[in-house]
Design a protein around this ligand. Structure first.
Ligand code: GLN
Length: 493
């Protein structure tokens, strides 16, 4: 018999409803998996009691025919989401011990839909990173290994690295992620799972620790496209507490899933064929094009002329917003405080921030402060904002010729822990395919599409028009059905 931890969100929901197993059995199985999986360092906090009590509530609801959309489904919650009464650190030591007195809108919605919480997932500090190595709580280890036996532990991607490793390692059937410049899509690609960043504004940012507010979006990470659709439906919706929240009804993405792409035009952006990308990625991309054609889509070559300016613009705008957002961590309001013996208030701020923030966060604050400073504002921040507008305009033009875009998710498969951590630029380059859709606020998803020569997963990215999550999910499903990606990390446990 397959183990309960092999089941995804839809299978658990349906099995609980049909009485194939109880929600309690499911929760116990995953609580056991989380314990066994501690060597991955995916969870910062474990909350088995929360998972079990939600499961008991689900079993009771079933008895009186009152099941909710996610009854019986235990989830991992990225540690960027404020969870009432449960430590929320954003991966930073500066927030160690911080227990919010409120719940983020997205996690509240998931729990209201019946989901349980297995714990808080490790992540890059304040979501800044692409490997999970900037976490103040140690890196997450990918459950994958290279087939040549190279034993160096691999990065799960970032910043939602805990979410990625936990889902791929079968510690939870689904998880929340957040994506500012790729943090759902790139880790999903690295570990062979699916993840979608919806249109900016679909998910409320209220109660999500802010990194770069004009880019931050929550989204689900799960084993397949259907599970992503189910979770995204529960997470989305208007929230008056977030001024950028979209006041629109939540579509029925799961019910409307349709892998028939007849009548759809899929654009292949010429500028994404860049140097330094492995041959394996080109092969999987070509394969994906053939699969979408097979699903009925018409393939068109398109151009996004400002693509090469997206990464530099992102690495100005995101740190600028971060430097402002992170000013609140001063030792007064939250978490940690370091009070030098003979110092005044300013010394306390300095000592707290020096001790509480890691190197990458300090780098971003310095870059952000610099590009916003009076002397350099026009040369950097203002110019980056103009570039952002041009990138958004590129997409507007492209939608005259295409309904969706297909690209690789990342320029490489998972790299080893330590391989890029000393070279921030090499790390930033990993986001090259992810950030344009972020800057334009568009929905984008990664689905597993194949493996490289080392047997490591490779993802393909689908980008859609604003609000067309359905189109993105449908194309993702068309790829998923043809890729037949059933690889899973070797039994590391
Ligand atoms: N890797 C990117 C960065 O470091 C994106 C992070 C994210 O999407 N949160 O900024």
């Amino acid at each position: 018999m397959t183990s309960l931890t092999d089941l995804g969100v839809a299978a658990i929901r349906d099995g609980v409803r049909d009485g194939a197993f109880s929600a309690r059995e499911v929760a116990e199985a995953f609580v056991g998996a989380v314990e066994k999986g501690r060597l991955l360092n995916a969870f910062v906090v474990e909350t088995p009691e929360r998972a079990l009590s939600a499961a008991d509530a689900a079993d009771e609801a079933r008895a009186i025919d009152a099941l909710k959309p996610l009854s019986g489904v235990p989830l991992g919650i990225k540690d960027l989401f404020a969870t009432k009464g449960v430590q929320t650190t954003a991966g930073s030591r500066i927030l160690e011990g911080f227990e919010p007195v409120y719940e983020s809108t997205v996690s509240a919605r998931l729990f209201a839909a019946g989901a349980g919480m297995l714990g808080k997932l490790n992540m890059d500090e304040f979501a800044m990173g692409s490997s999970n190595e900037t976490s103040g709580y140690g890196p997450v280890i990918s459950p994958w290994r290279r087939s040549d036996g190279g034993n160096a532990p691999l990065a799960p991607g970032g910043s939602s690295g805990g979410s990625a490793a936990a889902v791929a390692g079968r510690l939870c059937p689904g998880a929340t992620g957040t994506d500012t410049g790729g943090s759902i899509r790139q880790p999903a690609a690295f570990v062979g799972i699916s993840g979608i960043k919806p249109t900016y504004g679909r998910c409320s940012r209220w109660g999500i620790v802010a990194f770069a507010s004009s880019l931050d979006q929550a989204g689900p990470m799960a084993r397949d496209v259907r599970d992503c659709a189910i979770l995204l439906e529960a997470m989305s919706g208007f929230d008056p507490k977030d001024a950028t929240s979209l006041d629109l009804p939540v579509p029925r993405w799961e019910t409307n899933l349709d892998a028939d792409l007849k009548g759809k035009r899929v654009g292949i952006p010429r500028e994404y064929r860049i140097d330094g990308v492995s041959e394996d990625i080109g092969r999987v991309w070509d394969q994906g094009i053939a699969w979408l054609k097979d699903a009925g889509a018409e393939i068109v070559e398109v151009s996004l002329p400002h693509t090469r300016y997206a990464l530099p613009a992102y690495y100005i705008i995101a740190p600028a917003e971060a430097s402002s957002n992170l000013a609140r961590y001063d030792g007064v309001r939250y978490g940690r405080r370091v009070q030098p013996e003979q110092g005044g208030l300013a010394d306390m701020y300095e000592a707290t921030r020096a001790a509480g923030f890691g190197a990458e966060v300090k780098r971003r604050i310095m870059i952000g402060t610099y590009v916003l400073s009076a002397g350099f504002y026009d040369a950097y921040f203002n110019r980056a904002q103009k570039v952002r507008a041009l990138i958004a305009r590129d997409f507007e033009e492209v939608w005259k010729e295409a309904d969706l875009l297909l690209t690789p998710t990342a320029p490489s498969a998972a790299f080893a822990l330590g391989e890029k951590s000393a070279d921030p630029i090499a790390m930033y380059l990993n986001d090259v395919f992810a950030v344009p859709a972020s800057l334009a606020g568009l929905p984008a998803m990664s689905v597993p599409a194949g493996v490289d020569g080392q047997g490591l997963p490779l993802g393909l990215q689908i980008v859609g028009k604003a609000l067309d999550e359905q189109g993105v999910l449908d194309a993702g499903l068309a790829i998923e059905q043809r890729a037949g990606f059933t690889y899973r990390p070797e039994a590391w446990w």
